[in-house]
Design a protein around this ligand. Structure first.
Ligand code: PMP
Length: 336
């Protein structure tokens, strides 16, 4: 018989959202001359495999409490995939119908997971800004008008998005670091994660440094000059061509731009050298860490504690950056 104090059975997979583990990195930061202690918060341990499970659950629970969402209703959401997976999983458990609009850019793996959870998927063209009628958001709005008893919970405007992190992810980081955290490096998509974690940690200690990570080609970084290069990027889940309402860009003490090549190669290194089966935006957070310490060598010492958020896992990208051929075809292979 196992001697460990095993936890009792949970009520449903919803109880597997939040309370994610944190792991200290070892050989990878050391091989790069990083002396600071680096901790990774493993959001792929959530039930649906990403940080967005927290947000899906918070938005659904709030809508239920307000009496807006009733049994049998339809949830519609525009997403880069992970919020969709979260909402589809929650809908499967709670008995809602779920329609997800998602651009052609996003991985087939995400689509297969959404389908397996019973969601209806509507693909929209890649690289379309929000206003045109074919954007993920415009299509979601049209679907909502035509679907009785349907709701867009709207992760881009819904304050339950940052609040899920202000009340969940942030306090967990604080507790896991026993109140000793110097900096947190976070990629931004809707910006819920960075805004919520930033609000929580800065309230607990105003000196916690928040490092925002935004892909080259996106417009979320500040000052605006950082966003001058306009080009497509392949990284999924971070970066936008508009600033979502829930993102408070001023919460970051510094914004850093990251390239696809660095992000994918660092994600592969996190997998190969640390055994952390993360996704591409986790590599972007690591690339952000490397850049950050170049600009702040004073923080690169043994006493400093830096936390990276690893928002999702390898599962979503098996045919993309995980595949050597894909890396080669896209010119990213062994770039670092
Ligand atoms: N990484 C991945 C893989 C994601 O799916 C998301 C969510 N879009 C993020 C990072 C960023 O999270 P947020 O929307 O809270 O900024």
């Amino acid at each position: 018989m196992p001697q460990l104090p095993l936890s009792p059975p949970l009520t449903s997979a919803l109880d597997l959202i939040g309370n994610t583990p944190m792991v200290q990195l070892g050989s990878l930061p050391r091989s790069l001359g990083i002396r600071a202690q680096v901790f990774a918060k493993l959001e792929y341990y959530n039930a649906g495999g990403s940080v967005k499970d927290r947000v899906g659950l918070a938005m659904v629970t709030a809508a239920e409490k307000e009496g807006r969402l009733k049994p049998g209703d339809t949830i519609i959401e525009a997403t880069s995939g992970n919020t969709g997976i979260a909402l589809a999983l929650i809908s499967a458990i709670k008995g809602y119908k779920c329609i997800i609009t998602i651009s052609e850019k996003m991985s087939e793996e995400k689509i297969l997971i959404l389908k397996s959870l019973g969601a209806t998927i509507v693909r929209t063209p890649a690289g379309v800004p929000i206003e045109p009628p074919e954007s993920i958001i415009s299509v979601a709005k049209r679907l909502q008008k035509g679907t009785p008893n349907s709701h867009i919970l709207d992760q881009y405007r819904n304050q339950n998005n940052p609040e899920a992190h202000e009340l969940g992810t942030g306090p967990e980081i604080w507790a896991q670091c026993e109140g000793k955290v110097d900096a947190v490096v976070v990629g931004a998509g809707t910006g819920g994660t960075i805004t919520g974690i930033g609000r929580c940690l800065k309230r607990l200690n105003e000196n916690v440094y928040i490092v925002g990570v935004d892909p080259v080609g996106s417009v979320l970084a500040q000052p605006e000059e950082l966003n001058e290069i306009k080009r497509e990027y392949k990284i999924e889940g971070i970066g936008y061509d508009f600033v979502p309402t829930v993102l408070d860009r001023s919460i970051a003490d510094i914004w850093l731009k990251t390239s696809d090549a660095d992000s994918f190669n660092y994600a592969r290194k996190l997998i190969k050298e640390e055994g952390l089966l993360c996704g591409g935006s986790s590599g972007a957070a690591f690339a952000g860490l490397v850049e950050f310490l170049k600009s702040r060598p004073d923080l690169n010492c043994e006493g400093t504690r830096i936390v990276l958020i690893l928002p999702d896992g390898i599962r979503n990208y098996l045919t993309k950056f995980v595949d050597d051929k894909w890396m080669e075809v896209n010119g990213y292979f062994n770039y670092i």
